[in-house]
Design a protein around this ligand. Sequence first.
Ligand SMILES: [Zn+2]
Length: 339
Amino acid sequence: MANEWNNKEYVLEQVQEDYTNLEYASPKLKRDIDIAIEALRQGGLDAVNYIDLKALQNRNFLLAVLKAVPELKEEEDFLYSMPAISGNLDIARALFKPVEIKIGDINLVLLSPITEDILRSFKENFKKAISAIIASPLRKFKSVLKGHLILGEIQDITNIFIPDEDSFENIEAFYNGSSKKVVYNQSFLYFSPNPTHHNLVHEYAHKYHHLILKSSPLITQLYERAMLSESECELAQLPKIGDPLSDITESREWSWKVGSSEHYLREVGVRGYVYIDSKGDEIILSKKDILNRIKCPSQYGAKNEREFFAEMCVLITFNKVKPSQRLIANKFLEIVNSL
Ligand SMILES: [Zn+2]
């Protein structure tokens, strides 16, 4: 006698009676779309536990389920039960009808109603961000300018995105790594003190970091160096015997003064820092001279390497690098452009 739990009609009947009966069905029938739909109709989100998880994470399977059981959209925990669909716009389009606007190669998706004025000003800011990214000395930055930019009220955002980190509370904008989308919380547009185009460039910089660079040990080293305190930074950078003068003389102006031959630190004493070249020519610098040449940037407002990366991109792209940040910014540019 054949096992009745392999029989689709039999299982369908059992599930209609009690969705938890799906537990006994064969693996193949746990992936069956008709049976899944029936189970979700009967049990709502609880039925998810009995359906094959891989099947549920399949976009077409899920879309068919949503079409057949639209009540599921009302379930608050729907997205959380299936994290693999976070940020999937096909699902969003099945849940509600977002407005989509093409701007260059980017599709701006409006999840929520928005006033004409706010939308116009957001678009202007977005165009400013695009122009800045295209003109940025970070040569490959412009490659992030495609895909979807999401704008909406927080409740609509949480309908289709699971935060990468703790929560969306008080977050004006974020980059969602799993769906590779930049998302903007539109309620901030009514009162935010932060310039929107800076925020957009910051979030696109996260995308740049994620898509193009992943993790680079050179960026990690640079971050660690930039985050040293002022005094640690000075100590770490004071020249040691044998160091070339060019280590602390990065500017063109200074190397012109020094001439073409390389000087090395011979001694540190009452005369100061004595550099000497192969012909015996000396250059003597006081400790004050040296400290003036060591640039120790202490403030980037960065709480981790990813934020440091994004802020550096903003500073460089908008040409807002302060003199004290110049050294780190130049190294940053050199590293990123060589990758
Ligand atoms: Zn950030």
